[in-house]
Design a protein around this ligand. Structure first.
Ligand code: ZN
Length: 292
């Protein structure tokens, strides 16, 4: 059993220690979890989500008659809020999600990163993605880092050319800092190779998978009566979870096209090994019992 998110997290700890521009990030404030992203479909390799965005201004949805322009329906007033995620007695400021197995199967050849790393290997593309997501973390404001243009002026875009250049520079800084190759060695293997080596891939997810903490709409306690409309639509707030703790995390097994709850015998508990070495099934059995 290979826990992918645990290994990415350990690599992130090493990166923020070695890359000065990321040194203000405390990885204990960042939670890494996995979503299902098939390698055969297009989509993000990873995403950075801020949990510290302030409440929105009060708002409502509305519908107008196309012909007359009159307001026909509106929703009740609401504000959009960030969920509160607390793990190990700290408020998590950012979530970084990895799309598995897509992230593991990222290649440099044929990608936009090919020109950035002309003599690079596929794992450099994965390292680039990890540093890219960390660079989105604004450790001061808790939000998403505001990007700048090449002249240093702020940009409304999140992904400026300067952003990508900064990421490539940090990738080189990390590699030049002579890190322990064992920390990033797992990036050299794609999904199938990891399974062949470790038997199975697991990752941290939120229970209720595939759902995860997202901004939610909360109706205002005091509803303004305006604007007047023939129908006021109530918001469906049943789905929204506001608070998450360690109890809302679970480890799932990731397969090529699906995920499933980890079979108990695959769970990685606090025991890292057994001495003297035991047949695998016995060690796994010890692991399962040690969790109780
Ligand atoms: Zn990005």
């Amino acid at each position: 059993m290979f826990n992918y998110t645990d290994h990415v997290r350990r690599l992130m700890e090493d990166i923020v220690r070695r890359v000065p521009a990321l040194s203000a990030i405390d990885i204990r404030d960042v939670l890494v979890f996995a979503r299902l992203g098939r390698s055969s479909t297009h989509g993000a390799y990873a995403t950075c989500h801020s949990l510290m965005l302030p409440d929105s201004e009060p708002a409502y949805y509305f519908w107008r008659d196309r012909r007359t322009g009159r307001l026909t329906r509106r929703s009740e007033w609401f504000i959009t809020r960030s969920p509160h995620v607390r793990v190990d007695d700290r408020r998590i400021t950012h979530l970084i999600s990895l799309s598995l197995p897509r992230f593991c199967d990222q290649t440099l050849a044929g990608s936009a990163k090919q020109d950035t790393y002309p003599r690079g290997a596929d794992w450099h593309a994965k390292l680039d993605t990890i540093i890219h997501e960390l660079y989105h973390v604004d450790p001061m404001g808790g939000g998403i880092r505001a990007s700048v243009r090449s002249d240093g002026r702020p940009s409304a875009q999140t992904h400026t050319a300067q952003f990508f250049r900064d990421v490539a520079r940090m990738v080189r800084e990390y590699l030049d800092s002579r890190p322990d190759p064992a920390v990033s060695a797992f990036l050299a293997l794609n999904f199938d190779e990891l399974i062949r080596r470790h038997g199975a891939i697991a990752a941290t997810t939120f229970s209720g998978f595939p759902s995860f903490p997202q901004r939610f709409r909360e109706p205002l306690a005091d509803q303004p009566r305006m604007p007047r409309a023939a129908h006021v639509v109530m918001l469906d707030t049943r789905q929204h979870q506001r608070y998450y703790t360690h109890a809302d995390l679970e480890t799932r097994q990731f397969l090529t096209r699906s995920t499933r709850p980890c079979p108990p015998f695959l769970h990685t508990g606090p025991i890292k090994g057994v001495h003297p070495r035991q047949p695998l099934s016995f060690a796994a059995h010890r692991d399962a019992r040690s969790r109780k």
